[in-house]
Design a protein around this ligand. Structure first.
Ligand code: SAM
Length: 508
């Protein structure tokens, strides 16, 4: 078993986002990356051989941009046709479609199918909360999902006790109705959300069996992912390894998990793109974060001792402003997501800004992981360019090996972040003109055809010269006006077993 995989199994296997991050990283390592290893192929070239800085045509905008000015529409047949042709005969859903009317029907049905995976993701989040939460129980956290069931497939006493405590806590909330206050008391918000979800899913008498079945499904799925990765690894075939990692979650429920470090990889790659002249100061006005995530599910590096939060929009704005790639009066960020829980959270930012309440991010960091000095430095400074230090919340006694810092973002920054309900596989906003679009730990949930459709949808939303970055290995099939600039690996740990590989594209 490769080091990365061993590390994955030992420390991270319960974490969807982590698993994906590591998967992408290990795949990059397995491929040795491009020549010059660890640096984007394009940015490794001398700056002189690149398109001139500011290759994006047109003068800098003088008008302050709106975050999401364009209309959301389904991917048109004209944009999809070349992708369908490339995948014809692949057997992938949709690949046999050959007429505009069939396409229009299919893409709408497919959008509904994609959105249908959200509920399964919520079930997984609730399972994680049961395994690792500290707000509803005095029981220790599970060491790992793999100790939830014993050798005979029964719930272990610890898992059973946690399930009981969780049930008691959600039942004690009573029929939870009404809007959930944004960033309400950390655990309370999560439990109230879980109670509402359960109430919609099943009659209360069925909750114990339903939750236990979800828990078993989760463990079975995680076991299968591990086996799939191990089999690919054992084959020694690089192609198999890349494919196994790139589409690992293509049938999984859509999770909302999020964590800080992918933003380190994104910010550091922006730094390199700036240094190499691919990007220039002040170039970025409009940003889109596809799938920003919500730190809802408690897992080894997400906790429930602080309110639910979305990290990526704020730390990305911080990175862009800190590098001088964008300037405060100009910057606006749209989140593109299909999850109503996330969209409601982001929509709540406007009211929060209007009430003059800052957005406080808690940034936990495991202190028993061999972080690189650069990753540690990122954790210590994330948010500092546009936010200011806030008192961190203290972890409860069951939470060990974690340190926390907190950073507060002024209402003016909250007001710059707006949600858009958009399915990146099936929808786009032509002419949205984003200068930067990021998507981390999301495309791994989709098959290659869906990923190719997502790339087409992203291309339609990019301004000329705009940059798209992701941390998944993506299919080679992408529109001709989207240029692949390269891939750049960044380890987060000194043993190089945990990190990300960022792919960079530019709209011609
Ligand atoms: C695992 S989270 C990743 C969060 C964050 N990007 C990170 O790396 O920490 C996946 C996110 O993608 C969103 N998502 C999944 N499928 C999507 C789709 N088809 N269109 C838009 N958002 C999607 C989920 O709702 C969630 O916000």
């Amino acid at each position: 078993m490769a080091d990365g995989l061993r590390y994955l199994v030992r420390r991270r296997a319960a974490q969807g986002a982590r698993l994906m991050a590591l998967g992408a990283w290990a795949a990059a390592a397995a491929l040795s990356l491009a020549p010059g290893g660890g640096v984007c192929a394009a940015v490794a070239r001398p700056a002189g051989s690149l398109p001139a800085a500011g290759a994006r045509p047109g003068a800098p905008r003088s008008v302050r941009p709106e975050a999401a000015p364009a209309r959301v529409e389904f991917t048109r047949y004209a944009a999809a046709a070349p992708i369908l042709a490339a995948f014809r005969g692949s057997g992938l859903p949709g690949s046999g479609i050959a007429t505009p009317s069939a396409w229009d029907r299919w893409i709408r049905a497919h959008d509904a199918e994609v959105r249908g995976r959200i509920a399964r993701g919520v079930e997984d989040s609730i399972t994680n909360l049961i395994f690792y939460g500290t707000s509803f129980t005095r029981q220790p956290r599970l060491a790992d999902w793999s100790v939830a069931l014993d050798a005979r497939g029964r719930l272990t006493p610890l898992a059973a006790a946690r399930l009981r405590d969780f049930l008691a806590a959600v039942r004690a909330l009573g029929p939870a109705r009404g809007p959930r206050p944004l960033q309400a008391a950390g655990a309370g918000g999560r439990l109230a959300f879980a109670a509402r979800f359960l109430a919609r899913a099943r009659p209360p008498a069925q909750w114990p069996a339903y939750l236990e079945a979800n828990l078993r499904r989760f463990v079975a799925e995680q076991t299968a992912y591990q086996r799939r990765l191990a089999a690919a690894q054992a084959s020694g075939n690089r192609q198999d390894i890349v494919l196994a990692r790139s589409f690992l979650f293509e049938h999984r429920g859509l999770s909302v998990d999020t964590s800080l470090m992918p933003n380190f990889a994104l910010t550091d790659t922006l730094r390199v793109l700036l240094a190499k002249g691919v990007l220039h100061a002040g170039q970025i006005h409009r940003i889109a974060v596809i799938g920003p995530g919500l730190d809802f599910a408690d897992k080894r590096e997400g906790y429930d001792f602080y309110p639910e939060q979305t990290l990526q929009p704020f730390v990305l704005l911080d990175g862009v402003a800190g590098l001088g790639l964008g300037r405060a009066p100009d910057l606006a960020l749209a989140t593109l997501d299909i999850n109503p829980q996330i969209n409601a959270h982001v929509a709540g930012l406007a009211a929060r800004a209007a009430a003059g309440r800052p957005y406080v991010l808690q940034l936990p960091l495991a202190d028993d992981v061999p972080w690189t000095p650069a990753a540690l430095a990122y954790w210590r400074s994330a948010g500092d360019h546009i936010g200011h230090p806030a008192p961190p919340l203290a972890p409860p006694p069951q939470v060990r090996h974690v340190k926390v810092r907190a950073v507060a973002f002024a209402p003016a920054w909250e007001a710059r972040v707006r949600p858009v309900n958009l399915d990146i596989v099936a929808q786009t906003m032509p002419g949205a003109g984003f200068d930067l679009i990021v998507a981390t730990n999301i495309l791994v949930y989709y098959d290659p055809l869906e990923q190719a459709l997502a790339l087409a949808n992203i291309t339609a939303m990019l301004a000329p010269g705009g940059i798209f970055m992701a941390n998944d290995v993506l299919p080679a099939v992408h529109p001709p006006d989207l240029e692949f600039l390269g891939r750049r690996g960044l380890p987060y740990t000194t043993d190089h077993s945990f990190g990300d590989s960022v792919v960079v594209y530019r709209r011609r």
